[in-house]
Design a protein around this ligand. Structure first.
Ligand code: ZN
Ligand code: ZN
Length: 216
């Protein structure tokens, strides 16, 4: 896969730039702080055409710059269960500012979602065909985007290399997260590469064997 990534913002959230094998189209997965400026510059440099922004869940560190990609013409895709976070992030300013006092009002701008997707939906973008799987637990609207042809999935904060998403945030649910991982991630083929929202990539087989939190 023609892919670039960068870990950005105060929580080092991964933003992924996914490019078509042929032609100028591209899409972005997740929109941490500063990704709008940096990835849109990169898209301009490579003379690409941005078609979609895929959001794995509505936490601020994954949607901060979503409005910038939308303004650049990207159709925004997310899960309805995070509608409140995505369309009313201004209401959550104080919670994040208590952790990171340097954030400004400009860091809290909602985004209008163009398409709500759910379990089993298909997303076709820039020559890639993704299957959506709903993986709530870390956040109610957590989804992953799985491309069977290329054996790769963007999993957001559901699972990490050797770890899993935290469930102590509002609306987090530990049992639900474990069920999501076991039924919707560990049911993928072992050789599928997992691209998480933080940290390095891993694989389904590796996590099934070694993840200390989520046993198969
Ligand atoms: Zn999160
Ligand atoms: Zn995150």
């Amino acid at each position: 896969m023609k892919l670039a990534s960068a870990a950005l913002g105060p929580f080092e959230t991964n933003a992924y730039l996914v490019m078509a094998e042929e032609g100028p189209d591209c899409c972005v997965v997740d929109a941490p702080k500063d990704s709008g400026r940096l990835l849109l510059e990169e898209i301009g440099r490579r003379r690409l055409r941005l078609t979609h922004l895929l959001i794995t869940h509505g936490h601020w560190d994954h949607m901060c710059d979503a409005h910038r990609f939308a303004a650049a013409g990207a159709k925004v895709i997310a899960h309805r269960d995070d509608r409140e976070l995505l369309e009313n992030i201004e209401a959550y300013r104080n919670r994040y500012r208590s952790m990171i006092p340097t954030l400004t009002d400009d860091d809290f701008r909602s985004v209008k979602v163009d398409r709500w997707v759910d379990e089993g939906d298909r997303v076709e973008t820039c020559g890639h065909r993704f299957e959506v799987r709903h993986v709530p637990g870390h956040c109610p609207g957590s989804i992953l985007f799985y491309e069977a042809d290329r054996k790769l999935a963007f999993v957001g904060d559901a699972i990490f290399k050797g770890s899993v998403g935290r469930t102590d945030l509002p609306n987090g649910d530990w049992n639900q997260l474990l069920a999501s991982i076991r039924t919707r991630i560990y049911s993928l083929p072992d050789d599928v590469t997992l691209m998480p929202g933080h940290g390095g990539r891993t694989s389904v087989g590796t996590e099934k064997q070694t993840n200390p939190y989520a046993k198969p």
